[in-house]
Ligand binder design. Structure first.
Ligand code: NAD
Length: 358
């Protein structure tokens, strides 16, 4: 089968890590008999330098035409003083919006090989950790009405948290479907004791539930969820929540694994078309130095194979290859600990590609 992938390397370490992710895909193609075609596109600071805009129209058009989008990272100090609409981050928001990517999937995986990097006490993560946060990405308070008004106490500002039944229903379906493919436990996180929008959220999630009788659904208030994530993260399988709560909880969930260079993400639309990217930024401090960890990006490619292309065996092979290299004691600089063998970005990519087999 042939797949066309729009590739946005972006800024900073973006090109370093994307190069290695392409190696992985090419190797998957060779081993499993697929063809992956890459179309390189500009977005972020480099696009501003070349075209005066962080998100050129031709990049959007090419992404829409592709079977999936692979993104490195955007941004850096060079563009920090630009006005809001010209900043590299606008490229991400623009792509999410124009591609209709409403479901953000962020797995928090602690590989047993990296247990020492975890910030929690050993008993809390014995045997590793594998949970998935599903965050609604195009609604809620980030997109609700906002503004300022004069009051007797001076100027006031407001942002409205608003969700429609349809917005909640479609993200709930994504989360239930995912739970079906995992351990069949789903926790919906809200603040229904206080917020009207959360009460609607909870009602709609409950309405979707009967279609998935095998999934054990529970509800949790967001303050409790924040606490439970550090107290006992293994109680969670899939967490589904709105844009604002998801922004905070997915960062919390990923950071308890202690390794920003290991965590992938997917943003999907209704047809499972997706944009895949590591959760970290462009790390300008280490760009071009052959020290960036490419594994978050390589694991993002694994998610692309699984969720957009439906290639589960190939996705398993990518994840197994990453674990194999770790098991052999190889570490990039960010994961280094005494007794391990150091490897650079390129060597990591070569070793992972070589470890991919049927
Ligand atoms: P960052 O994630 O880029 O870096 C934080 C720290 O983690 C740095 O010390 C960096 O060297 C390290 N790090 C990050 N990824 C790594 C990897 N793969 N291997 C080894 N070490 C890694 O966050 P930041 O410093 O806050 O932001 C830098 C730039 O990235 C900013 O311009 C920011 O706006 C942008 N950013 C972009 C995205 C994105 O494109 N999705 C996300 C976050 C931040």
């Amino acid at each position: 089968m042939e797949y066309n992938i729009a590739v946005v390397s972006g800024d900073g370490i973006g090109p370093d890590i994307i190069r290695e992710a392409k190696k992985t895909l090419t190797r998957v193609g060779d081993v499993f008999g697929h063809q992956f075609q890459f179309e390189d596109l500009l977005a972020g600071g480099c696009a501003f330098d070349a075209h005066g805009t962080p998100l050129p129209e031709e990049t959007v058009t090419a992404c829409k035409r592709a079977d999936a989008v692979l993104l490195g990272a955007v941004g850096g100090p060079k563009w920090d003083t630009l006005p809001g609409h010209q900043r590299p981050e606008q490229a991400l928001l623009g792509l999410r919006k124009q591609l209709g990517l409403f479901a953000n999937l962020r797995p928090a995986i602690l590989f047993p090989e990296l247990a020492d990097a975890c910030l929690l006490r050993k008993e809390a993560v014995e045997g590793g950790l594998d949970l998935m946060v599903v965050r609604e990405l195009t609604g809620g308070i980030y997109f609700g009405e906002k503004g300022t008004k004069e009051t007797e106490q001076g100027l006031a500002a407001y942002d409205v948290e608003i969700y429609s039944e349809e917005e909640v229903r479609r993200i709930a379906v994504v989360a239930f479907e995912l739970a079906m493919k995992r351990n069949r436990r789903l926790t919906s996180v809200d603040k229904a004791n206080i917020l009207e929008s959360s009460r609607l959220w909870r009602r709609v999630v409950n309405e979707v539930a009967p279609a998935y009788p095998e999934v054990m659904l529970s509800h949790m208030y967001v303050d409790n969820a924040a606490m439970q994530l550090v107290r006992d993260p293994r109680q969670f399988d899939v967490i589904v929540t709105g844009n604002l709560f998801g922004d905070i909880l997915s960062d919390e969930a990923s950071m308890i694994t202690g390794s920003i260079g290991m965590l992938p993400s997917a943003s999907l639309n209704v047809e499972n078309f997706g944009m895949y990217e590591p959760i970290h930024g462009s790390a300008p401090d280490i760009a071009g130095k052959n020290v960036a960890n490419p594994m978050a990006t390589i694991l993002s490619v694994g998610m692309m194979l699984r969720y957009t292309f439906g290639l589960a065996k190939e996705a398993d092979a990518v994840e197994a290859a990453v674990r194999n290299v770790l098991r052999q004691g190889y570490r990039t600089q960010d994961l280094m600990s005494p007794g391990m063998n150091a490897m650079g970005t390129e060597e990591a990519g070569d070793r992972i590609a070589a470890a991919i087999g049927k």
